[in-house]
Design a protein around this ligand. Sequence first.
Ligand SMILES: [Zn+2]
Length: 417
Amino acid sequence: MSDDNVHGVSTAAPVAAVAQSRDEEASSAPAPACPAPAGGPEWRHEIDPGVTRTVARTPPTGRESPLYRPLRIFTSDPSASGLEGAVAAVNVPYEKLEPGPSGRLFLVDHHDADTGQDYVRANLDDPYPLLGKGYDPAPSDVRFHQQMVYAVCCNVYAAFRVALGRDITWGFARTEDAGRLWLRPHAFRGVNAHYDKEQGVLCFGYEQAPDLKGAIRVLPGEYIFTCLSHDIITHELTHAVLDGLRSSFSIPSNPDVAAFHEAIADLIAIFQRLGYRELVHAAVRKSRGLPEQARQLVELARQAGYASGFNGALREAIDETSPRQYDESLDPHTLGSVLVAAVFDAFLIVYRRKTARYLRLATGGSGMLPPGELPADLVDLLADKISALASQFQGLIIRAIDYCPPWTSASGNSCAP
Ligand SMILES: [Zn+2]
């Protein structure tokens, strides 16, 4: 995230870049189909609508329009403590919103598919939430659920847009309202979530928590909403964006394809979270500058993991025991975690190299930290390094997708369709 942290509201570097380069162009229409050359042979192919689909660009806005809309979110999930930086106010690119929220890229559905109820819609342009950085972070307020999925999706999309330097079109099959991904925070009962490629929807489940005997801050019977997990929202949105970039990667032609999808989704979830200054700051202070020992930095979907009976987070970015080994027979999430662990290992190596000189300066040249709390300036510096490096790694991962082949065969060899 950014260096800009005015009045406690952080602006992610990609969001700042998007805001500073607001399009001056009007909404773009889909590219017209190429006419057949006069006197030439008849066309023997059709252009799929997905090829010509474009994302409507932001219409020109007046100078008086704000660049950002500050909104509060959970940086991990509701089970995290406020002392761990559980809540952050983040700036999302400003756009005029209809109740939902319903914007240019995302439409949040207020229907609960399990109970059949239509909930009240979040109206983020209403004066009261506008003045208060959105609705209060409350697991019991469905308007905050809607705000959370909207804000996180906007910021993750901005990260992709800035890393690639272009708008990304969606890859789903739905033709109605094809420019917007639909977000369904209350789609079904269960501690799970998925991207529906046919319908063009991110579906988030919810369920009553079992008795976790105090393992995390969840009461027996309390509802667990996957739409309040920052990691799960980011993971599912990354599936959708990756589908827009490489639609054939949703076909599991070999075990690596599905594992690659899961690995990229987990990596973006981890590095996106490392951008939240308060969370990283608290983790660095607690772990004395060792990110690999800070569970807030390496665990994925802690609350959902416990609620699903894992007795811990859903997944982790590090190998606690022996290094993970590649094995085609593993399920896609576990196989993908081999790549996640390798990339996070590289992140830790670069982090140690970049911060070694500061540790030497802080310790009179020994590099060995004395017992006790780290000096506040050193905590600031290490936390800033983690966030900046995470942003760089996130950009590297996103740009690497552009170098991937459009399709992979069953043998794993890449080839054009
Ligand atoms: Zn997934």
